[in-house]
Design a protein around this ligand. Sequence first.
Ligand code: GDP
Ligand code: MG
Length: 439
Amino acid sequence: GLTTRLQNVFGKLRGKGKLSEDDVNEAMREVRLALLEADVNFKVVKDFIAKVKEKAVGLEVTKSFTPGMVVVDIVHKELIELMGGTQSKLAKANRPPTVVLMAGLQGAGKTTLVGKLAKLLQSQNHKPLLVAGDIYRPAAIKQLQVLGGQIDVPVFSLGDQVSPVEIARQGVARAKEEGRDYVLIDTAGRLQIDEALMEEIKQIHAAVNPDEVLLVVDAMTGQEAVNVAKSFHDQLALTGVVLTKLDGDTRGGAALSVKAVTGCPIKFASTGEKIDQLEAFHPDRMASRILGMGDMLSLIEKAQTNIDEEKAKELERKMRTAEFTFDDFLEQMEQVRKMGPLDQLLDMMPGMNKLKANPNFKIDEKQISRTEAIAKSMTKAEKQKPDMINFSRRKRIAAGSGTTVADVNRLLKQFEDMKKMMKQFSGMMGPKGPKGGMK
Ligand code: GDP
Ligand code: MG
């Protein structure tokens, strides 16, 4: 799946200073597949990859991050950009009422949306009027009246014998008379785009000159959503898109495609059948959803805010020269701990759940606290030169840290092992990168 692909991106790019074109190409192959799997239109994917590549090639990878993190971060930011960057609000006319016209195929969720928007507006102290402009679908008027009744918002209807154009015109006039500041016009949809449908909604548009024309798109329809959006956009001046049925298991790739094709911002996300299941659309959240990487991104953010670049560089230098002391050890722990409980951090890292499933691997926060306590009970000299810690010093440190001599012994042994490992490691890495079989 998607997450696995992105884990591959992380895994393949490792320990390099600058992102080469080959690195980026390889990563982009995975990203491309990930996006296609998420149902993003192939042409949109192509343009997108080109843009990301341009940004990523030659980029310096700072020491606190892996190149994979850097690439995913660029991809994420670029996705957000593609979906309009920031959140986009519902239009508001200078002179009320604000007229909102719904467009979209049958079953997309237009009528439901009218109810949801009315509830939202009402909660912001607006006074919406609903207009029953779908006279074709049996019970469409009734459906709107039920929704209006639920939230105590009036519904304007002239039955099903008057043309929708006339209903819309009179609906707006009624709103003016009664001081309603939003008019939400429900319209008919067809199962497929057809001439008569387009003609009718164009006439309604001409009659009421709406401030907002919302295209309602079923996110579950994936690729088909692009064709629908394109047809509507060609015929009607859309001002915004609403994605519905995001509660389904869709990856939301339609969001990307629809925005790219129409140029219209996505304003709302509908996430269920209930009247309060409507959210403002957040490009950043959708980008995470499309990437299927959820919390990985919050981890990157945490690392960006909490890891001190300079300190990380210094630490890296010390590892290379094996000058690592207990002070550094404490320092490193401090940095990691600032990012949150270790358990939680591991949950966020791709691949780490595998590690956690291993019964031999256990994160013991208590053990870490004990380690810190021991290190803190050492004198300055002891921390710099642990070799000097003889038996009587061990006894003193154990007493000072509330641990046992055995605990202190264990830690000193671990520290020695770690240093040995670092020496070997730095021998292989050297300042100019890997010399041997390190992969
Ligand atoms: P319209 O033909 O465009 O007016 O579509 P409707 O508003 O009648 O909605 C069609 C069906 O989709 C109804 O059964 C709604 O309850 C359902 N629906 C609408 N929005 C959502 C949504 O966000 N999530 C889910 N799961 N169902 C929705
Ligand atoms: Mg309807």
